[in-house]
Design a protein around this ligand. Structure first.
Ligand code: COA
Length: 558
């Protein structure tokens, strides 16, 4: 089938559906929902068999839904209608939620239902539920919907519904003096990553994000108790909650202490070392050991890795190599493994060009530490999505095991034609060949884990359910294998031979020469692209690699 996606953006859910349907042999093209006339033009050009709206913020125009079958992916259970569907589900503490595909009609989300699926709810942020449970359910529901298009016996059913209102900032408001930590966390989770909860810090209006529970520290309700690295701890009626990210009014989302310089006056509440805290608290880098394996998690918000985070993670990794283990597993965070350098902290810097260079050097230092590790085998367990430099950073490990279902975007070009670093020029060609490396770097589209393995870019794709357990078992087997000493010796010999052929420093210098051109050169594309990315600017056109119906040589297949 020819399937046209009309979508607000090419977000991770849309990317996943694009990959799934393309893999099944459907021809998928994408048009961003910019203006009714643009959508009508796309429909006229592509002549789709089906129009699917995986992520829409407004209604499809009647001129389209009245003439073409338009199906909406709604992140709610059957009968749920209206905006803020997930926000209300989290706030109301429902035990089960779901995804429904319904046909577009005049009344929003009220059309006949084509398919639906449910999942148990988890205490987590809205964006995390969306990237995990909602995305998995959406794949099932869209597959069922597409299969039903040619089933003459299937009739979509109308169901009675309950419309809810848009959740406003008044609904989201936190009363730090009277509300418990559980309530505060639920309110912040329901608003993360968008729109956040409107509040005030140090007398300045802002939106709060990235909440973490705190089990032991307490203060006077409402009091700002202290800070740890980039997070701020605030007392609730019965405990305290950490705030990791803040968006000042009119600004961009930033690590809390960067967004609020006055937080520097708060007392520092450090953790001792890298070991995972036994009680709930803010800890972005955490180390655990089991079965001769060290596990290093880095829960960086949105997978973005600032200069300071890269430096701290390098220190943690170097320390982990001194532990009596044979294998180190780099776990990344629960939603993202890594999305490369931190574009928001770069944007906020006095000189974004200097900060870009500092950040890329810091992430390269981390990649180099992983590459030069002689005492352990290293595994990147990519259980969350990865993008740009994050995909190549994972490849610095000896093994990359990815969870089936993660979305990978191993290319830099979408960020203003960045050349990229993280030793990709050293890491990619031996695995995928020179032409394969060029193709990956040119390819601006997302990739699934099975595709990455098929290309030789990653080593294994493990089933989604039980991924963490599977990784731990495989890593423990690796550590206990009788030939572990020989494997480590072979790894050292390979690194020495590679270093003799061409030092890592040479690869790095060449990549950074190109990157300096991106940061300081005549062409401002990277700075422009980064500005629009961090400001979440609305799209004004659909990139040609997505809107295939706009290719000059595109023709409806005979
Ligand atoms: N720096 C800062 N923030 C980043 C980031 C980065 N490198 N990568 C992603 N984010 C943020 C986004 O701004 C967004 O923020 P929000 O919470 O305000 O919505 C959030 O992470 C989720 O990103 P989004 O683009 O909505 O997620 P996605 O899963 O749909 O897309 C990517 C994933 C990787 C394709 C996309 O985020 C991307 O292109 N990131 C930039 C990667 C990059 O160029 N890195 C620099 C070069 S190494």
């Amino acid at each position: 089938m020819r399937i046209l996606f009309i979508t607000h953006s090419f977000n991770s859910l849309t990317q996943r559906l694009f990959c799934e349907l393309t893999e099944q042999g459907h021809e998928v093209s994408i048009e961003f929902d910019i203006a009714d006339s643009v959508t009508e033009e796309a429909v006229a050009l592509f002549k789709p068999d089906l129009i699917l709206a995986p992520f829409l913020k407004r209604a499809i125009p009647e001129a389209i839904w009245s003439r073409h079958r338009c199906l909406i992916v709604h992140p709610g259970i059957v009968g749920d209608r209206g905006p803020s569907a997930l926000d209300w589900a989290i706030r109301n503490g429902v035990g089960e939620w779901g995804v429904t595909v319904l046909q577009a009609e005049a009344e929003m989300d009220a059309g006949p239902v084509w398919a639906s699926a449910t999942f148990p709810m988890r205490a987590a942020r809205k964006a995390s539920i969306y990237r995990n449970e909602v995305t998995e359910a959406a794949v099932r529901v869209v597959n069922a919907t597409v299969a039903r298009q040619n089933d003459p016996n299937f009739k979509p059913e109308r169901v009675p519904g309950q419309a809810h209102a848009l959740m406003t900032q008044t609904d989201r408001r936190i009363d730090w003096l009277t509300e418990s930590s559980a309530t505060v966390l639920a309110k912040l989770n329901a608003a993360d990553g968008f729109p956040g909860v409107a509040d005030e810090l140090f007398g300045q209006p802002c939106h709060l994000f990235d909440a973490w529970p705190e089990a032991t520290l307490k203060g006077e309700p409402g009091q700002l108790i202290g800070r740890r690295e980039t997070a701020i701890l605030r007392a609730t009626a019965d405990g305290a909650v950490w705030i990791g990210h803040v968006k000042p009014a009119g600004g961009i989302k930033l690590p809390a202490t960067l967004a609020c310089p006055a937080a520097g006056e708060l007392p520092e509440l450090p953790l001792a070392g890298w070991w995972k805290s036994p009680t709930a608290t803010w800890q972005d880098i955490a180390y655990e050991e089991a079965g001769g394996v060290g596990f290093l998690s880095f829960e960086f918000y949105n997978g973005a890795m600032s200069t300071a985070q890269c430096q701290r993670l390098t220190a943690a990794f170097n320390w982990a190599t001194t532990q009596p283990t044979k294998v180190i597993v780099l776990r990344g965070g629960s939603d993202f493994w890594s999305n490369g350098i931190h574009l928001n902290t770069i944007e906020a810097a006095e000189s974004p060009a200097d900060e870009s260079l500092a950040n890329i050097n810091a992430i390269d230092d981390l990649a180099e530490a992983i590459l030069r590790c002689e005492t352990q085998l290293t595994v990147a367990a990519v259980g969350g999505n990865a993008g740009a430099g994050g995909c190549f950073l994972a490849r610095a490990a000896d093994f990359v095991w990815a969870r089936d279902g993660v979305m990978l975007n191993p290319h830099y070009k979408n960020m203003g034609n960045l050349y990229g670093s993280e030793f990709w020029t050293y890491l990619l060609p031996p695995r995928v060949g020179d032409e394969g490396a060029k193709a990956i770097m040119r390819h601006r589209l997302p990739m699934t884990a099975p595709e990455a393995v098929k290309l030789g870019f990653y080593d294994a794709c493990l089933p989604g359910p039980g991924f963490a357990v599977d990784v731990a078992r495989r890593a423990a087997e690796l550590a206990a294998a009788p030939d572990i000493a020989e494997r480590l010796a072979a790894k050292r010999a390979k690194r020495q031979a590679d270093e003799a052929a061409k030092p890592l420093a040479a690869y790095r210098a060449e990549e950074l020469t190109e990157m300096r051109r991106n940061f300081y050169g005549f062409d401002p594309s990277y700075h422009v692209a980064r500005y629009h990315f961090v400001s979440r600017s609305a799209h004004s056109w659909t990139p040609r690699h997505l809107a295939r119906h706009r290719d000059l040589d595109w023709k409806i297949p005979a």
